[in-house]
Structures are given as C-alpha cells and as structure tokens.
Design a protein around this ligand. Sequence first.
Ligand SMILES: Nc1ncnc2c1ncn2[C@@H]1O[C@H](COP(=O)(O)OP(=O)(O)OP(=O)(O)O)[C@@H](O)[C@H]1O
Length: 317
Amino acid sequence: MAMIEVRNLKIHYPIRSGFFNRVTDHVLAVDGIDFDIEQGETYGLIGESGSGKSTTGKAIVGLEPVTSGSIMYKGQDITKRSVRKHMQYNKDVQMIFQDSLSSLNPRKRIEDIIAEPIRNFQNLTKDEERHRVQELLDIVGMPSDALYKYPHEFSGGQRQRIGVARAMATNPKLIVADEPVSALDLSVQAQVLNFMKRIQEEYNISYLFISHDLGVVKHMCKKMAIMHRGRFVEIGTREDIYNHPQHIYTKRLLSAIPDVNPDDREKNKEHRREVERIFKEEESKYYSKEGRVLNLQKISDTHSVALPDSTMKGVHD
Ligand SMILES: Nc1ncnc2c1ncn2[C@@H]1O[C@H](COP(=O)(O)OP(=O)(O)OP(=O)(O)O)[C@@H](O)[C@H]1O
C-alpha cells in the first residue's frame, strides 16, 4: 500500500453570474486524477500555471475541500475533516511554498516561526522548545543566531531553508513543496534542491514536488505526472517522461526547459518552434471536442498517456 493514494479526485469551483448570482458553470480545477506517493519518494506534479497543481497540493494537506474522490492515508480517507483531526494528520503532512517572504510572518522572529507547529502538537518547556528549534536550524544548515532575526534579514535561499525547518518541526512523513525553488536564482535552486534531497534520505520523508519546470524536477523525482486542464496527460518514471514522452503537451514542456549550454541555444530554439508548430496542428486530436484531456491509456507497466486511439498503434515503449 502506498503512503498516499489519490483516487478520482475532483475539485470544482462554482462560477456565479447574473442578477440572481446563480451558479452558471464550474471551473474544473482538478477533474479526475489518480496517483500514489510512496514512503521516502518524491512524486512530481508538473504543468503550466492554472493546470490545477496547487489545488491538488492543497487538497492533500487538507487545505482545500474536495468535490469528490478520495485521498487515502494509512487506510483512511483524509478528505473528511473529522478523519484528519482524529489522525492528527496535520502533524504528518506539511507544506512549503514558493514565496517564503509572504508565507513567513514578517513580524515574527525565526524562533517563533519555527516553534509554531511544535506548539500546536507538543507540550515542551521553553528550554526544550528552543533546543528543538536550534536542532531544526542545524538540520537545514542555518546558524543558531538566526533564532533572533526576522524573515527579511535573510536571502531567498535562506528563507526557503527556514520554511523547510518549520515544515520539519513536527517530524512529518510528507512535505508538499509547491514551486519551492521557482523564486530563486539557478545556483541557489541547486543548493536548496540538494539539501531537500539530503534531508529526505536522512529522515525518509516523501515529497509531492510541484513545478511548472521539467528541468527543475528531473533530478528530484522518480515518478511524475504531467498535468493540464485539471487532468493528467501523461504519468511515468523519470525515464518514461524525459526519454520517451508521448503526449504533445509533455513534448512542449520538455522543449521549454531553459538551455544551460549557450552553444545549443540556436538549435533548441529551432526545435521549440517545430514542437510548437506540431502542437498547434495536432492539439485537437489529443483533447475532446470540449477541450478535455482524454483518458489515460497504459502503454507499459509504469507509463500511461492520454493518447487518441489512432496514435496508440505506433507506440512501443
Ligand atoms: N478558490 C477558487 N475559486 C475559483 N477558481 C479557482 C480557485 N482556486 C483556483 N481556481 C482555478 O482553478 C484552476 C487551477 O488553479 P491552480 O492554482 O491549482 O493551478 P496551478 O497549476 O497551481 O497554477 P499556479 O502555478 O499559477 O498556481 C485555475 O483556473 C484557477 O483559476
């Protein structure tokens, strides 16, 4: 049994309009997705802005009510508030955000920011609490005098570390990381990712890693889902997605990975234009008349793709 099992999850928001403010339609932010997160592994959720990634992440930490479907944790459906409360689910599952400056309270000192989740779940003396906060700062590689400072006194990369220290405070089993490095410079991104990997190995933490950038998640995730319009267009292992992508949307995201090597830039620009042309030409085949992503079809044990039936014949993985 996987640690988290998401089944046919749907999150729809009503759109109200007209004089009577009636519900006239729905935004299908998440529209029927299934995936598992294994203990100690990183699952990647990748897609453009508006594809439903954050909504999915928030539902997993219990911050977003779901329309239907289930999220199973230790055999219980945590979409129900009473179950979350009973299991102390918020202790086991934490979230870190992209913008640490707005997610860390600017008026609180680092000591209080990191201690907050501890206070919610443990009854420690002042000394024990300070000791634990110092230990957490140490885990994320921050000096202990950080205790007395405020968030604005740190760089973006340091603030992300503080965000991780706070998330680690309750010894969580799963951390939902929503674009944790998108606001950082490339060199700092690598540092934060490496250190997230290191604490994962040390503490056997699982991550749900949310990103719009397939370049960033490449070395973080063994398994991943590519999300578009609230559904999955393709799921697979790192090898499946990066070396054998099948859906045109995945191919387009792959071609958008920024070039590290300046020599390849011209060639890749050309490749991007070609992928974009094919995307425009073939898009309608890969979506229903209403623009909905087609159902996933299994093409190997690990790899499923939302392909039109006619394309299936030529696929050998
Ligand atoms: N509370 C809400 N009410 C109505 N619509 C919403 C609400 N929250 C999200 N949406 C819509 O649901 C869709 C998915 O949003 P979501 O934030 O999950 O996407 P995302 O892939 O995480 O994008 P981003 O990276 O920009 O956050 C979007 O169309 C968004 O406008």
